[in-house]
Ligand binder design. Structure first.
Ligand code: HEM
Length: 512
């Protein structure tokens, strides 16, 4: 389906989808329909121009490096500010909903590095909640039946965001200010200017930015939550990743005043320093992403295998279903194995480079290259010893970033951003369960202790302590319209403390 891009295309479906999801007006939708799916040499419409811009901007190069640096710097600022507040608090501890906690860092930082100092979320903090209302009601908006009534919260959230983006653009807050105010990043300025060149109104361009903010935040935030959750739920995994990450973190006490330290995250080293983190990211994406690549059949098409598709039919590639298929991933497809994609330079089959980067492990086959990461045959971090899938997996089987012409352009950027944020959080904080664990979690700790500990008194004590602190991993909420990485079925409440040894860190920054 992916390869037949001449006859099977997502683009013709875009005008109706964006009309419903973003609330675009008729005139704008008519502009979107012009030259919508041009062949080479034909005039390009709005979508083709935006596609070219976004894919070239996010491709490897200086622009991508700059944006990644800005993103990681903003994330570091958010984490610094949280750590300062935490340390200033009475008991130095905070109880949070882990998903909401991680999402907040990503949402605020993304709005900042994409849209500058006077971005809509900075000026109207209540829009963060509106954003997630919009996200949670996308299915209702997409149905398009009286959305102001049937998808009320999402509709209101979207309208509040659209109004704020309109105010932002009309008041020129996207431009740098004379007072040193940072404006929007170059990619946003270009997106807006392309929209205006094609005859969009500023009001419609504002709505389009709601969708870009959405693309920048939703998957990144939710998958980072899953990574942090798995790390803090498994002492072994956390210890391994923390040891690996030591190679990308520099703690500097030399220039400190009053005993404060600074921490620097090296984004270049981060690309290669933890094969375990790279594998965890890819496995988390395999396990929790659930999206459908959708294509309109433009003309009758026969697929290899004899499937005949009639014109105007819609075909979908069901990512979540493929990620759970034992014929692709082996008998343990249903098991979360953080080491499934563990790959070091010596085990990597990559021909292009002797270094296995996180980016390579996470993205290689999405681009149609050979699978670089050989699935691990080692035990999971929980020590269950599951056997991973066969060594050779079809390049198109990993669907987290979509594929073909709609392959996520932000995948390289997101990989850097996610690993940087995870590095910052695991370096700075200790996270444990907030609530008393369920009997199942306590029993799991008991079992683990039976395996590891022969001393009965110590065993009872350590089981009790560990059970108090152990974080349970809930299932994924799969009863929703699948558009992105799935959320957990239950809230995960945790306690956050500044990690021992990190108390004096007043500042954290990044470098390439
Ligand atoms: C873990 C993080 C991410 C995941 C899992 C992800 C996944 C996806 C998926 C599945 C698609 C649709 C592909 C299809 O229809 O076949 C997509 C499209 C897109 N993504 Fe991402 N994405 C992530 C992060 C990002 C980030 C950080 C950005 C930008 C800042 C971004 C920008 C986009 C854009 C602009 C599109 C639309 C492409 C088009 O329609 O031409 N993504 N992404």
């Amino acid at each position: 389906v992916q390869r037949a891009s001449k006859t099977l295309s997502f683009t013709p479906l875009v005008p109706d989808i964006t009309r419903r999801v973003l609330g675009l007006d008729d005139d704008t939708v008519a502009i979107v329909r012009q030259h919508i799916d041009p062949d080479p040499g034909e005039p390009k419409g709005f979508l083709a121009d935006i596609h070219d811009l976004v894919y070239s901007y996010f491709g490897p190069g200086e622009a991508l490096n700059e944006l990644s640096f800005d993103a990681a710097s903003e994330l570091a600022k958010q984490v610094n500010s949280y750590a300062r507040t935490l340390q200033g608090s009475r008991d130095g501890e905070d109880t949070v909903n882990l998903l909401t906690w991680v999402r907040h860092f990503v949402a605020i930082a993304t709005a900042q590095f994409l849209y500058g100092d006077e971005n809509p979320l900075a000026l109207h903090p209540e829009l963060e909640a509106a954003f997630w209302d919009f996200d949670h009601g996308l299915g209702g908006l997409l149905m398009g039946i009286l959305p102001s009534i049937t998808a009320r919260k999402a509709y209101r959230g979207r309208e509040a965001l659209a109004r704020a983006f309109e105010e932002y653009l009309t008041q020129n807050r996207h431009l740098p200010g004379p007072d040193g105010r940072r404006g929007a990043s170059p990619i946003i300025l270009k997106r807006v200017s392309i929209a205006l060149q094609h005859g969009w109104t500023l009001r419609a361009a504002a709505r389009s930015e709601v969708s870009f903010l959405f693309a920048g935040i939703v998957n990144t935030a939710t998958i980072t939550f899953w990574l942090v959750l798995h790390l803090f739920a498994s002492a072994d995994l956390l210890a391994t990743v923390r040891a690996d990450l030591a190679a990308c973190l520099t703690l500097d006490e030399s220039e400190s005043e009053g005993g404060t330290k600074s921490l620097t995250v090296d984004l270049t080293a981060l690309k290669t320093c933890s094969p375990t983190l790279a594998s965890l990211l890819r496995e988390s994406l395999r396990y929790t992403s659930d999206n459908y690549s959708t294509r309109l059949v433009k003309s009758p098409t026969t697929l290899p295998g004899g499937y005949h598709l009639v014109a105007n039919a819609v075909v979908q590639i069901a990512g979540g279903t493929m990620h759970a298929d034992t014929r692709i991933w082996g008998p343990d497809a249903a098991v979360f194995n953080p080491l499934r994609f563990f790959s070091t330079p010596s085990t990597s089959s990559s021909k292009s480079s002797s270094t296995t980067t996180v980016d390579k492990v996470v993205n290689d086959d999405a681009e149609g290259a050979n699978q670089s990461a050989t699935p691990s045959t080692t035990a999971t971090a929980e020590g269950r010893g599951t056997q991973a899938a066969a060594a050779s997996i079809h390049p198109a089987a990993f669907r987290a970033f979509g594929g073909g012409k709609t392959l996520c352009p932000g995948r390289h950027f997101a990989t850097t951003e996610i690993t940087a944020l995870v590095a910052m959080l695991v370096a700075r904080f200790d996270i444990s369960a907030a609530a008393t664990p369920s009997p199942a979690a306590a029993a799991a700790v008991d079992d683990e202790d039976d395996d590891n500990n022969n001393n009965n008194i110590d065993k009872t004590k350590s089981a009790a302590t560990a059970a108090r602190r152990r974080i349970e991993i809930p299932g994924k909420e799969d009863g929703v319209m699948p558009v992105h990485v799935l959320e957990p079925k239950k809230d995960v409440m945790v306690k956050v403390r500044v990690r021992e040894g990190m108390e004096g860190v007043a500042d954290m920054g990044v470098r390439w």
